[in-house]
Design a protein around this ligand. Structure first.
Ligand code: G5P
Ligand code: MG
Length: 222
């Protein structure tokens, strides 16, 4: 375990591989992985008040309102107290980025750049274990038993918002909303871009980057 804490966000279009890369970061570096999308989906499944409110937006491929998501992330960050963490898919608006900056200084912003045509192809084969957020894909990281999670053996599901028309809407929202967020982080000199068509191409670069950054943090150079 690291004695100094590392805090990062991982950004990228829908299905760019944030969850997949995050899982590898957790395995290699032991960071706490905080995915507001996963938290929202569990709330939808459990039909909570938050889930009922969020579902309306998620099903249309729209962002849930800032206040709702900020409240959700703030309370999850408190649980992460004392651990290095990475936030997956947050912030998605400038307001979210500014609120996060008030709560916590970041050490890195990892931005995944994957072409849209690759994304549209990928979501068709995505399968998800809802309680853990583990993702699979037909032809890439397939489950050992079709339709079942490797660890628990529980059912895998497909996401309602992975329908082609909703994915198109999510990509459009992403393009509109992310520019101000990235500009905010460029102003703070925090962004590192990782470009590629596959996780095999992107992951070694992210891994190398984090090895160097965490070393720099331990040496007091960050
Ligand atoms: P989410 O849950 O944050 P998105 O849209 O940002 O959703 P998503 O869809 O979860 O992102 P991802 O995590 O970037 O995608 O990608 P992934 O799941 O790891 O990989 C996609 C698929 O590709 C998987 O099946 C994986 O196995 C496969 N794959 C990975 N690498 C490869 C490869 O190399 N080759 C192949 N063939 N396949 C590969 O947000 C959902 C909704 O929640 C709300 C919004 O409504 C949002 O639409 N929300 C927020 N609203 C407001 N503010 C926020 N901050 C919000 N966060 C969530
Ligand atoms: Mg995800």
């Amino acid at each position: 375990m690291m004695s100094k804490l590392f805090r990062a966000v991982i950004l990228g279009a829908p299905a760019s591989g944030k969850g997949t890369i995050s899982k590898r970061i957790v395995d290699k570096f032991g960071f706490d992985h905080i995915s507001p999308g996963d938290i929202l989906r569990m709330n939808v499944k459990n039909n909570t008040k938050l889930g009922k409110e969020a579902k309306v937006y998620i099903d249309q491929g729209k962002l849930v309102p800032d206040d709702l998501i900020i409240k959700c992330v703030t309370s999850r960050l408190q649980e992460s107290h004392g651990k290095s963490w990475m936030l997956d898919g947050f912030p998605r608006t400038r307001v979210q980025a500014e609120r996060l900056a008030k709560m916590q200084a970041l050490d890195a912003v990892i931005n995944l750049e994957v072409p849209h045509e690759v994304i549209i192809d990928r979501v068709k084969g995505r399968w998800l274990h809802l309680p853990s957020g583990r993702v699979y894909n037909i032809g890439f990281n397939e489950p050992k038993v079709p339709g079942k999670d490797d660890i628990t053996g529980e059912e895998l599901v497909q996401r309602d918002d992975d329908k082609p028309e909703i994915v198109a809407q999510r990509l459009q929202v992403y393009e509109e909303m992310m520019k101000p967020v990235l500009d905010f982080y460029y102003e703070h000199n925090l962004v590192t871009n990782f470009k590629g068509k596959t996780t095999a191409e992107i992951w070694p670069k992210v891994e190398q980057f984090l090895v160097e950054r965490t070393k720099a943090l331990m040496a007091g150079r960050l």
